[in-house]
Design a protein around this ligand. Structure first.
Ligand SMILES: Cc1ncc(C[n+]2csc(CCOP(=O)(O)OP(=O)(O)O)c2C)c(N)n1
Ligand SMILES: [Mg+2]
Length: 323
């Protein structure tokens, strides 16, 4: 990757963090309602994977998917409008944080049910193979999702049909308050793919350069028709599971350890050592992200909600009068 490509990755990570910090504020102000799951700390994964995929590739994500949607190409202001429940949001404000979606960009959600995206990814993968398209599905899920039955069913069928899917486990080490080691019979989650004969590996998810390198390999593998590939990215979420979680189950020492591995700071150091980044450019990049987030908030605030009739017509296909 050349300097410009690397700086683009850096900008996307800075933008993502600033965007989500703003979401946290808006939630506290009551402007964002419902559920809100933040991916602060995990930025290197959506940025480092989706950025190096092809435009026509497909993304299936979870409820922790704001950054994935932005990197896939949904403008931050359209994501923000969705979070605020407004009509100019990507799901017309009806989905909110957990249901970001764009058919045009092959961004297939946003799922509130744990591991629900995996069977969807298998369906898309099957269609791509059937139609002979050279596209790949990037299927994201958490460590907790790997304890769900549909995880195993999906991996099995993906291998049986040798589908072009890169399974991406964002192992942030917790499923709400449960540590993955307490509920996993194997120490490393990637080993679960071996049971389905799917090649797999664990990668440092706090190092965007490693994320990029291994994702490129996995995408090429799937695109060449060699079947699914499984990547486990070890990472850490800095915030609670959702805004309702005060995350008292995490120790200060654990926090300190993982914050020392912060993906943005680590990448900054790399860019500085290469002489690609200095203080003044860093400030410019941060100011640009700040502007983009402020514009997103202004846009979202200025947009209206759907009327009741519009909501009704989008939810029900036919009005049934009850006697
Ligand atoms: C099938 C199902 N079971 C339980 C829940 C409740 N729930 C929501 S998120 C979550 C934890 C999932 O953790 P993980 O897969 O590690 O993803 P993370 O939240 O860490 O990104 C649970 C148990 C649910 N939404 N769906
Ligand atoms: Mg998790």
């Amino acid at each position: 990757m050349d300097r410009d490509e690397l700086l683009k990755l850096y900008y996307l990570m800075v933008l993502s963090r600033r965007f989500e910090e703003e979401c946290e504020e808006l939630y506290k102000l009551g402007e964002i309602g419902g559920y809100l799951h933040l991916g602060i700390g995990q930025e290197a994964i959506p940025v480092g994977t989706i950025s190096v995929s092809e435009k026509g590739d497909h993304v299936v994500a979870t409820y922790r998917e704001h950054i994935h949607a932005i990197v896939k190409g949904i403008p931050p202001k359209v994501v923000m409008a969705e979070l605020l429940g407004k009509r100019c949001g990507c799901s017309k404000g009806l989905g909110g944080s957990m249901h970001l979606f764009s058919k045009e960009l092959n961004f297939w959600g946003g799922y509130g049910i744990v591991a629900q995206g995996l069977p969807v990814a298998v369906g898309i993968g099957y269609a791509l193979k059937y139609k002979g398209l050279g596209e790949v599905v990037l299927c994201f899920f958490g460590d907790g999702a790997t304890n769900n039955g549909s995880f195993y069913e999906s991996l099995n069928l993906a291998k049986v049909f040798n589908l072009p899917i890169v399974f991406i486990c964002e192992n942030n080490q917790y499923a709400i308050g449960t540590h993955y080691r307490d509920v996993s019979a194997v120490e490393e989650i990637y080993k679960r793919a071996c049971a389905h004969n799917i090649p797999s590996e664990r990668v440092d998810g706090m190092d965007i350069l490693k994320v990029v390198e291994r994702t490129k390999f996995a995408l090429e593998w799937a695109r060449e028709g060699r079947g699914p590939y499984f990547l486990e990215f070890l990472t850490y979420r800095y915030k609670g599971h959702s805004m309702a979680d005060p995350y008292k189950y995490k120790s200060e020492a654990e926090f300190e350890l993982w914050k020392r591995r912060d993906p943005i700071k680590r990448f900054e150091k790399f860019l500085e050592e290469k002489n690609f980044l200095d203080e003044s450019l860093k400030e410019q990049i941060k100011a640009k992200a700040e502007r983009e987030v402020k514009e997103a908030v202004e846009f979202a605030r200025s947009c209206q909600e759907l009327s009741f009739e519009e909501m009704e017509s989008l939810i029900y296909s036919e009005k049934v009068e009850l006697s």
